[in-house]
Structures are given as C-alpha cells and as structure tokens.
Design a protein around this ligand. Sequence first.
Ligand SMILES: [Zn+2]
Length: 154
Amino acid sequence: MSKLAQRAQKLFIQYLRENNLKVTQERLALLEEIFSTGEHLDADELLARMKSKHRKVSRATVYRTLDLLVQCGLVRKSRLGREHYFYEKMEPGGGHHHMVCAATGKIIEFWDADLDERLRRICQEHNFRPNFISIQIQGLSEEAQKLEQETTFF
Ligand SMILES: [Zn+2]
C-alpha cells in the first residue's frame, strides 16, 4: 500500500470508530482498491474488481462504503457524463477538472493554476467562500471526432 493509502486507511478507521461503525475487512479492502488506482470507477466496476480478486463484497456494502468514504472526505464523487457517478481517491493538492467524451465516455483530467486563481477571484467578488471547485466540460474526444468524420457522408 502507498503512503497515501496508509494514511487514508488510518483516517477511515478513525472515522468509523468515531461514528460507531464497524471496521470491517470489506470496507478496508474497498478503500485499498480505490487508492490502488488513478482511475475513475463507478460502483459496478468496483464490484467487478473485488470479484476478480475473490473478495466477497455485496453491492449494498459497496454503495454504503462509498458513501462513507465520500462523507469523510477521502473519496471524490463526480457525476461524469449522463447517468453515472464516478469515484476516485482524494489527493492532497490534487484538485483537477474533467473533460468527458459524450461518445466514448473517456475522461480527461486537467488543471490550470491561472484558471483556479481567476475562479477564486470571481468567488471573492461575490463574497463567496469556495470549498471545492470542480469544472466539467462535456464534448467529443479526439477519437470520437475522428469516428464522426469517418461515418459522416456529407
Ligand atoms: Zn478525476
């Protein structure tokens, strides 16, 4: 486990105890899985990953644990695209935005310090204190644009 994952586990255990929730192997295994990848996972993908590792976790446990991880600030939940929620680990200083391809579902992460500063200034102008800034741009990835050209006659 990475240092970040170890720290996250410590915080998660603390959070569970403080809230009189059980520290179970399933919950810890789910946290470990999310922190072992840089990918954006939905609940089903997470369930499939656990299955492939022969770790028995119910769908209900996956959803419940994801909620807890989001509540204690260790996991970020974003609605990327249409019907899906995706989950990814929170990283210190790892704020980023997303571009989502409407055709392929591809997710591109980006970050721009100037843009961030500009947004914070706009918040200030409105006397608004931002906790978290997240931008999502929907459109077509390079691959999807090419595919579109190939399948268009006129
Ligand atoms: Zn992301």
